[in-house]
Design a protein around this ligand. Structure first.
Ligand code: OGA
Ligand code: MN
Length: 286
């Protein structure tokens, strides 16, 4: 097998074939990691990894986050089941706690930006895919930064945003599944609006649905500005959408990519398993 990396028709993303992620030698891993830094999102079709293999592959990039919410309950605390399927096989209605929690993923975001040390990357595998919908879209925040007017780049260069899960999830509901202890562990946190990628040195926007407002600025106005930045950023040629097949794994760089789910009919089952690579606190300095 030879590793084949095919760029996707956007400023980010590549499809990778000719590799088995559950049998990755060090040399091939280094090539995959280099491609990840270059393309920010890698699509690996048809891998069909078991959960243990997904965890093992993800751990090559660093220690994994442990899940924060009991509602995502799994045997392995390093995996999150982003599924609308109950234990008895029936589906959670869209209006249920789980349905509302999942619906938050349909807004542009970067995983765990509401944590003090946000995630470095995420690996998502498709297990059960709906007949229609359920695609995931990705947006390149490096190219989005590059596309800003120099005056805006300048103005944002020292700005800090407040990221808060209570703020973002409050907008879509589904808050009661989070216990008081869990809320206490998730106070609002601050991150630079512009980050410098530790591996590439490229600047990028670090925004998304958890970003509530900018420190020291009018709350409502800066919230509107963040929303407008996000809207402008997440447009072609900076976006691509992945149509899942069961067995696919997609690995993205949360430090410089936003993503969102595009939704699917509530009467269709969908099971996705995520592993989340923890950030280094070094990464968050801009
Ligand atoms: C995620 C996520 C979107 C989707 O896994 O972090 O936001 O399409 N997923 O399931
Ligand atoms: Mn996500």
């Amino acid at each position: 097998m030879t590793l084949e990396i095919t760029p996707i028709d956007a400023t980010l993303g590549a499809t990778v074939s000719g590799v088995r992620l559950d049998a990755l030698d060090d040399e091939t891993f280094a090539a995959v990691e280099a491609a990840w830094h270059a393309y920010a999102v890698l699509v690996f079709p048809g891998q069909h990894l078991c959960e243990e293999a997904q965890v093992a592959f993800s751990e090559r990039f660093g220690p994994l986050e442990r899940r924060v919410f009991k509602i995502h309950s799994r045997d392995n605390p390093a995996t999150i089941d982003l599924s609308n399927i109950k234990k008895d096989g029936t589906l959670w209605p869209a209006s249920s706690e789980t349905g509302l929690l999942l619906s938050g993923n349909n807004y542009w975001h970067t995983d765990s930006s509401f944590k003090r040390v946000p995630a470095k990357g995420s690996a998502l595998t498709a297990r059960i895919v709906p007949d229609t919908g359920g695609d995931t879209a990705f947006a390149d925040m490096r190219a989005a930064y590059d596309a800003l007017e120099p005056a805006m780049q300048d103005w944002l260069s020292n700005k800090i945003a407040v990221h808060s899960y209570a703020f973002s999830q409050g907008r879509v509901g589904g808050m009661t599944g989070v216990s008081e202890d869990e809320w206490e562990a998730l106070p609002p946190v601050e991150h630079p609006v512009i980050r410098i990628h530790p591996a590439t040195g490229r600047r990028n926007l670090y925004i998304g649905r958890h970003a509530s407002h900018i420190v020291g600025e009018d709350e409502r106005e800066s919230r509107r500005l963040l929303e407008r930045l996000c809207e402008d950023a997440c447009r072609p040629p900076r976006v691509f959408t992945h149509r899942w097949s069961a067995g696919d794994l997609v690995l993205w760089d949360n430090r410089c990519v936003l993503h969102r789910g595009l939704g699917y009919p509530a009467n269709q089952p969908r099971r996705m398993i995520r592993t989340t690579i923890a950030g280094d606190s070094e990464d968050i300095k801009a």
